[in-house]
Design a protein around this ligand. Structure first.
Ligand code: HAM
Length: 432
């Protein structure tokens, strides 16, 4: 029979790599807690309209990449509902904010999430169809200070702290302001106009983008196009006074806390909800998919999906890419190979000792040690071989040991073999 494999663009995460994932997630939870964030868990699938209206019909994500299906109605009177596996989590968080009337508290809501997202993209290194994000959003009524540029700076400073704590070196923070909802259409118009002459000389993708979504032209990576694209009108020249002052305040606050950045006037990002500050942290080691994380401000998203005015800002880290970066750097945040070994391998000698050995393993495990229980049918040689692969030491447990209460322990590293009383075993193993 033909073998069934994981679906293209999805993959299994296995130990010991999952230790690294756990260490990253634990660091994120720890850092986010210190900044006053609490965890939110939203459903994996949502009403398709949430993304169409939130992320934007024109974006690649909504137009091409969503996993969408019609949910079969349970009764004839019911209407079929279109559902979508979430391609990102910001729209879901804002929906939850509206649905649970979190704005009524009058306080800023600081929410983080960790979980899978789904986009039907062409899989390559660092790009998957099921991938994982670690993200956070700060959202609330204007009266709670949700529009303040300090929130933008605080988020960026928190990200720098998170990456530093994980030991990620060599990241670059690029940021830009895409202006307010009023600034943007004026800019897009100017871009469209400038592109009428230039577009025919650009790559085929840009020719298409010039018509469908001129902002995406700024994303073009084709070498020959760069000079012409750099000469196109700049968003910065279309910002109104408020947006300009807002962006200057964000940069000033970053300077004050010493977070390095560079302004990239071409950073537009692939989701339509952004207003004012947008940013990405990139890492050179990642290759073509070099965005480690991305985010920005979305002052109109809540209203776009039927909620009250609730400006917000947030980010999502591509956890898969963070893992790649840490692995390439030989990170030890999840411990080294030696640390991955169990404390002890309990080897029953003979089938008759199997259940007594289980009792011994239970005692040691309850004392907090990491223990694997061997198999009574193994010959001594095989027990030593297996134990040596997975544990720091081995305890032999035969009929004599069960009777006398004295067991033999061997430390694989030193080769030392000692006899110890069963009652002292946990204490001795903990020290070695
Ligand atoms: P995004 O830029 O679409 O933003 O995704 C954020 C990060 O997720 C990317 O920088 C990348 O690291 C990772 N990522 C995206 N697609 C893939 C993929 N196919 N495979 C692997 N990693 C991927 C958002 O999703 C926004 N919701 C971020 C945000 C939060 N903005 C405001 N709040």
């Amino acid at each position: 029979m033909s073998q069934i494999k994981a679906v293209r663009g999805t993959r299994d995460l296995l130990p010991p790599e999952t230790e690294l994932w756990n260490a990253i997630e634990a660091t994120a939870r720890g850092v986010f807690r210190r900044y006053g964030f609490g965890e939110i868990r939203t459903p994996i699938f949502e009403d398709t309209q949430l993304f169409a209206r939130g992320v934007g019909e024109e974006t690649d994500i909504v137009a091409k990449e969503m996993y969408t299906w019609e949910d079969r109605p349970r009764a004839q009177s019911e209407k079929a509902q279109m559902l979508t596996l979430r391609p990102e989590n910001t729209a879901g968080v804002v929906r939850a904010y509206i649905e649970h009337k979190l704005g009524d508290t009058g306080l800023l809501q600081k929410l983080y999430y960790i979980g899978p997202q789904f986009r039907r993209e062409r899989p390559q290194k660092g790009r998957y169809r099921q991938f994982f994000q670690i993200g956070a959003e700060v959202i609330g009524p204007v009266s709670a200070g949700s529009e303040s540029p300090l929130r933008d700076a605080e988020i960026l400073e928190m990200l720098a702290t998170f990456l530093d704590e994980l030991g990620v070196r060599g990241w670059t923070l690029e940021l830009n302001s895409v202006g307010s909802a009023e600034d943007r259409p004026r800019y897009v118009e100017a871009l469209r106009e400038a592109l009428t002459d230039v577009a025919p000389t650009l790559c085929v993708d840009c020719q298409r983008r010039a018509v469908t979504n001129p902002l995406r032209v700024l994303d073009c990576k084709v070498l020959e196009d760069q000079e012409k694209i750099n000469a196109l009108p700049k968003m910065a020249d279309f910002l109104d006074e408020d947006s300009r002052a807002h962006f200057a305040a964000v940069l000033g606050a970053l300077d004050a806390c010493g977070v390095p950045y560079s302004v990239n006037p071409r950073l537009v990002r692939g989701l339509d909800y952004y207003t004012r500050t947008t940013f990405e942290f990139t890492h050179g080691g990642l290759g073509a998919q070099n965005a480690l994380l991305g985010g920005g401000r979305y002052d109109g998203l809540s209203e776009a999906i039927g909620g009250p005015k609730a400006p917000g800002i947030g980010f999502a880290i591509g956890a898969d890419r963070l893992v790649l970066t840490l692995q390439a750097a030989g990170s030890t945040v999840a411990g080294d190979a030696e640390g991955a070994l169990l404390d002890v391998y309990v080897a029953p000698i003979g089938d008759a000792q199997q259940s007594d050995a289980l009792v011994l393993a239970r005692e040691l495990r309850r004392a907090g040690l990491r223990v694997e229980l061997g198999d009574g049918s193994f010959r001594l040689k095989k027990s030593f071989e297996v134990g040596n692969k997975i544990a720091r030491s081995i305890v032999l447990f035969g009929e004599d040991e069960a009777k006398s209460g004295i067991v033999t322990v061997k430390d694989f590293k030193t080769g030392q073999q000692t006899k110890v009383a069963r009652s002292e075993l946990a204490g001795i193993l903990r020290k070695t």
